[in-house]
Ligand binder design. Structure first.
Ligand code: PLP
Length: 236
């Protein structure tokens, strides 16, 4: 086996998360150039699940501040050390939340995107009061009505909006969805936009690496992008 020349230019497989982020910003700008939206209306949530701090640091050093993780325990392993150095960062929980993890989630995250049942909304409200913390929340909607998927069913959405926003007074910022993998995403994004309008919610977290440009053109305020920024996730 030959040693790789340490002075060689990075090979084609080298990942540059910050350059990737800039390219995505440009793609979003292109996607909304013909419509009445500004690229800065769309927040890029860099999804860092399964990636280590060395992949995340170039983004922080470049000035990016909004990140997403899908597991509470994994996030606890990397973000508490980074927070003191970057106090203005915003951490989104984008994976399903179990009620026994709510205290940890409220302590660590700034935004919980995956409220999908009354039990979780209630638990978040209780923990926010107990910890004297405030977290923004999104309701995850199961737009594809998939039995195995997280997210509130369409027929239960109105009651969950009422509970979360009006009864518990949580800062409900919007709706979130993950379209079925085997379907065109556009109708799901359009549905989420329609539902958020119906309830007077501004936020729409929709779009990932494969479909963020479509989501941006259909009204996303937050796109959650992992692979296209940080490269393929290492196997667990
Ligand atoms: C992992 C994940 C993403 C990012 O997926 P990519 O395809 O890597 O961009 C977005 N949203 C959720 C909920 C995720 O779990």
């Amino acid at each position: 086996m030959t040693e790789r020349d340490p002075n060689a230019a990075p090979g084609p497989t080298a990942i540059d998360p910050y350059q990737n982020l800039l390219a995505i910003r440009q793609e979003i700008a292109d996607a909304v150039s013909g419509i009445a939206r500004e690229p800065q209306d769309i927040t890029i949530v860099a999804v860092t699940k399964k990636h280590g701090v060395e992949r995340i640091l170039p983004l922080l050093e470049g000035g990016h501040r909004v990140f997403g993780e899908n597991r509470v325990q994994e996030a606890q392993g990397k973000w508490p050390d980074l927070r003191p150095r970057y106090p203005d960062l915003t951490l989104h929980l984008i994976g399903p939340l179990q009620s026994n993890k709510t205290a940890d989630a409220v302590a660590l995250f700034d935004v919980i995107e995956t409220v999908d049942r009354p039990k979780i909304a209630n638990a978040i409200a209780t923990e926010c009061a107990r910890q004297n913390r405030s977290v923004d929340v999104f309701i995850q909607v199961n737009t594809g009505d998939e039995p195995q998927k997280a997210g509130v069913r369409l027929e239960d959405l109105e009651a969950l909006v009422t509970l979360t926003r009006d009864e518990l007074s949580l800062p409900l910022k919007g709706l979130m969805c993950i379209p079925p993998v085997d379907e065109a995403p556009a109708p799901h994004f359009a549905l989420l936009a329609k539902l958020s309008d119906r309830y007077g919610l501004v936020g729409r977290s929709m779009g990932m690496s494969g479909d963020f440009a479509i989501a941006a053109s259909l009204g996303a305020t937050h796109v959650r992008i992992g692979t296209q920024i940080l490269g393929p996730r290492p196997p667990t």
